[in-house]
Design a protein around this ligand. Structure first.
Ligand SMILES: [Zn+2]
Length: 75
């Protein structure tokens, strides 16, 4: 499994946040990475909320059960 190193200077900041939020440091790091890579979009057909990689134009909508165009704000 690929285990990238976290920059040393970031560790104290992540440690403090983890203590404050009562979460493991890995949970904090994963949340930050997810926030930076994913965005909440909406299905253009049915307005269903869809989490997709930032910059994505189309994604699978569970409600429509098909590939749909995404929009950035709800209708
Ligand atoms: Zn839909």
């Amino acid at each position: 499994m690929y285990s990238p190193k976290i920059k040393e200077q970031l560790i104290p900041v992540i440690y403090k946040r983890a203590r404050r939020e009562h979460k493991p440091m890995t949970a904090i790091i994963n949340e930050l990475i997810e926030e930076s890579l994913y965005k909440t979009y909406y299905c253009r057909n049915c307005n269903n909320q869809i989490e997709a990689e930032k910059g994505t134009k189309e994604a699978y909508c569970d409600h429509c059960q098909s590939e749909v165009y995404l929009i950035t704000s709800s209708l």
